[in-house]
Design a protein around this ligand. Structure first.
Ligand code: ATP
Ligand code: MN
Length: 478
């Protein structure tokens, strides 16, 4: 078989009058002559021109939308409109037929909802191939960013025996026969006979383990799947999502904010430089979609303009206390427009509040710090006021929280006191407390929700459309 050339390579470095073999999937076949062929290497299709007068009728009939074919021929400058080059085919081979009567993807616009139901085929659409090429780019850029800075990629466990964080939100892991679970005399489950000899769960975060790494390797990050059994049927929550969690020794909250802002800008810049064609396509898609919305619900900026804006502006940094004051005095609060009115200091911020601050008030990404200790986790460093902790949330337009992080409590006595106050069982956490017993030092880190970042970069609006096979309440298809 002739050596295959990717369509992207033909567009970037194909030589006119040379012979090439391409392989891909037929998008459309017009006039028994023009095949639009896509192989996923880029958004564009390659026009393959068939010499239909000298081609078997039976073969022509098998060139249908969705079929996989191999085409060999000469690369020529295109006469037609809409493309610069085309392949004048001398040989066409059908690799895999596709019955046009049964193939669910028609060469027309399908709704995202419909495509979600056929997620096994949606990779073959322009929208999803663009999204998943960008998703790849973002993942690569994140690894590159941390690698270039000398961070060590640490793999935190996916099955965890610690439930200090997110109890109740966790998926259980067991190999018990669910029809006859061993019980103790008092009726509680006897985990001593379970696979690990104890109760285990899928991880909700790799942070605690990342801290152990940071207090030896100085700068580490995790990048792995996390799982939350929260019953959140929103466009920003998944039951299985990927998280990036850097953790840095000898760093405080300001260092943490600086790292987060630098990383986000680096990744956005990387995608703007490397995925221009896909971004342009998604930008147009979004503009078309928004034409159906009333004027006041449309985004004020086009996709690439929004990314550019994010690169060129410092994120607004302010304390929770300052944010509460802004929210209390805001129009929607005074007019009773918030679903959860802000009546006092200490209130947990909902997505509507975060989005007001980002989209209406500051009109740029915002980093909120120093939250009340009651609404944040036990491991966040207690500030001098004893009322707030050194937490930070990074809030993005259209999304709300994209990053949650903090400077960690490195003082053993304070940490133990906080754990007691918050009912965290310290017997099971001795391994974690050991870092505070032996060579403790200030350190900080954060968790970035990978899919939320992809939402921002692609301009997609539902998190179920930026991961190949989304898991959410009632759905674990494929
Ligand atoms: P939210 O309030 O939006 O539910 P959270 O406070 O529970 O978020 P963290 O526990 O701080 O989030 O997790 C860190 C990051 O992981 C978040 O900033 C967000 O980007 C992402 N994230 C959290 N939960 C989900 C989820 N269910 N699906 C996708 N991403 C998530
Ligand atoms: Mn949550």
């Amino acid at each position: 078989m002739a050596k295959r050339t990717k369509i992207k390579a033909l567009y970037t470095s194909g030589k006119i009058n040379e012979t090439y073999t391409v392989m891909g999937w037929v998008r459309t076949f017009r006039n028994n002559q023009f095949i639009a062929l896509n192989d996923g290497s880029c958004l564009k299709t390659l026009q393959v021109v068939v010499d239909f007068e000298n081609t078997d009728d039976a073969l022509l009939k098998r060139i249908t939308t969705g079929a996989a074919i191999s085409a060999t021929g000469t690369l020529i400058e295109s006469q037609g409109r809409g493309q610069t080059i085309e392949l004048s085919a001398t040989d066409i081979e059908i690799l895999g037929d596709s019955d046009p009567e049964k193939y669910p993807l028609q060469p027309k616009r399908h709704s995202l909802e419909f495509l979600r139901e056929i997620a096994h085929l949606r990779f073959r659409t322009n929208t999803f191939s663009a999204v998943f090429r960008i998703r790849h780019s973002v993942a690569f850029a994140i690894h590159k960013f941390f690698n270039d800075k000398g961070f060590v990629y640490v793999h935190s466990p996916i099955i965890t025996g610690s439930d200090a964080e997110g109890a109740g939100e966790m998926f259980k892991v067991t190999n018990f026969d669910l029809d006859s679970i061993p019980k103790k005399e008092d009726g509680t489950i006897d985990y001593s006979n379970d696979f690990f000899g104890k109760a285990t769960n899928l991880t909700v975060s790799g942070q605690l383990e990342a801290e152990l790494g940071a207090l030896a390797l100085s700068e580490v990050y995790t990048f792995g799947p996390t799982f939350r059994a929260e019953n959140s049927n929103t466009s920003r929550h998944l039951a299985e999502f990927w998280m990036i969690e850097p953790e840095v020794a000898f760093a405080d909250l300001v260092d943490n904010m600086d790292l987060a802002e630098e990383m986000l800008k680096y990744v956005i810049q990387y995608v703007m430089e490397n995925n221009e064609e896909d971004l342009e396509f998604l930008e147009t898609r979004l503009l078309n979609e928004e034409k159906q919305k009333p004027q006041n619900e449309r985004s004020p900026m086009a996709l690439r303009e929004k990314l550019e804006f994010c690169l060129n502006n410092d994120f607004e940094r302010l304390t929770y206390t300052e944010a509460i004051r802004i929210l209390q005095n805001s129009k929607p609060n005074k007019k009773g427009k918030f679903q959860f009115p802000i009546d006092q200091w200490g209130a947990d911020l909902q997505s509507e509040h975060e989005r007001f601050l980002v989209e209406k008030h500051f009109k740029k990404p915002v980093i909120l710090i120093d939250y009340p200790k009651e609404i944040k986790s036990f491991y966040m460093r207690l500030n001098e006021d004893e009322k707030t902790v050194a937490a930070m949330d990074v809030l993005f337009p259209g999304i709300g929280e994209i990053i949650g992080g903090s400077q960690r409590e490195e003082r053993l006595d304070v940490l133990e006191r906080r754990m007691e106050e918050m009912d965290i069982p310290s017997e099971e956490m001795q391994w974690f407390l050991d870092t505070r017993r032996f060579g403790t030092c200030k350190h900080a880190g954060y968790g970035l929700g990978f899919e939320r970042l992809i939402l921002f970069v692609t301009g997609m609006t539902n998190i179920r459309d930026v991961i190949p096979f989304p898991r959410y309440p009632g759905n674990a298809e494929f």
